[in-house]
Design a protein around this ligand. Sequence first.
Ligand code: SR1
Ligand code: MG
Length: 405
Amino acid sequence: MPYRILDVESVLDYVRGRSEVDGSLDRARELEATEVGDGNLNLVFKVRERGRPERTVLVKQALPHVRVAEDWKLSPIRGRFEALSLEAFHELAPGSVPRPLWYDPEQYTIGMENLVGYRVIRQPMIAGREIAGLGHFVGSVMARVHFGTSDFGLDSADKKRALAPYTENTELCRITEDLILTEPFHRDQERNSWVPEVAADVARLQADDGLKREVARLKLAFMTRAEALLHGDLHSGSIMADADHIRMIDSEFAFYGPMGFDLGLFVGNLLINAAAQTAHAPSDAARHHYRDYLRGEIVTVWESYAGGMRAAFEAVSSPSWSAAGFLDAFLDQVLRDTCGFAGTEMIRRTIGFAHVQDVDAIDDPGVRGAVQRQVLAIGRRLISLHRHVTCLDDILTAAQEALEF
Ligand code: SR1
Ligand code: MG
């Protein structure tokens, strides 16, 4: 059947035609659907049996354009990379993602488990809710996925074969290269936007040639260092949690790149949240408490990641990878990348395309401007520093210089 964009009616017939849903819901019963997509790219339908909301599946369809900008054309083939990476995460870190059910290359849909009772964590975190186990979850899952898809965990030929399909994810890689690693650092880019309160800071940032050189290094690393399968968009809008569990979602930006990119995006978003607590926390004590929590999660994500990599390396037999000091040096490189990419993410979410609610939802323009200036300052510092960090404390100290953190 030719590709057609689904809606809350047509998705019901579509699901009735998919045997993969058996076990999740009964296709013979009355079904209902809601569209719940709140990201920038895709349609997302929850389909359930009427009156039995726990009998449900989730259908995600890639559109031929950016969902939030219809004149920005984009091939729906990106659904394939999300489907492939969903399978990879499911296999390497079971329980870390919704259970995949199907990929349909004609309708560019992915069917998957609907995470009943889960919420995207960005809004709860803006409201100061602690997500128990967040740092450990992200660090340990990414260590498994990165190790298991890298030259450390795979035979040389298998790694090259595993990487090959993702080289086609060109459009979404270019979005990252443009939106995160180019446009915010240069003048006259039409997709950038900022409020007048930070105009002077932006002018200084975009005139900083040293900063631009560091960003160019990070961009080249992103484009050329195919170390492992990345989630590719690991911000707090790509993580869901219920009271007891956490899952990653939305890996359509998946491709092979530098491992520190995923950790950097995650850390950058926690630091944006920490800055925004100036506005959101109900009291000084609550703000201090939540920033302590965030700092702890940054420590834990790194410790869990490094610990996971070290544990996985115990099974490595290659004389190259088990050379004395090699893993330590490699993890140092991942930490440096984490620092640099965290900085670029902080800056792009403030003055590039696709801002975040943590900051944009601050009503008072004076407070919002002050928070944005802090985010920009930390971002610049992390980028400038990234090739020189030797331990996580270097990153935390840089953030602390701008925040009471
Ligand atoms: C046009 S896509 C804009 C942003 O949304 C996604 O979540 C990625 O972060 C991307 O950079
Ligand atoms: Mg997304």
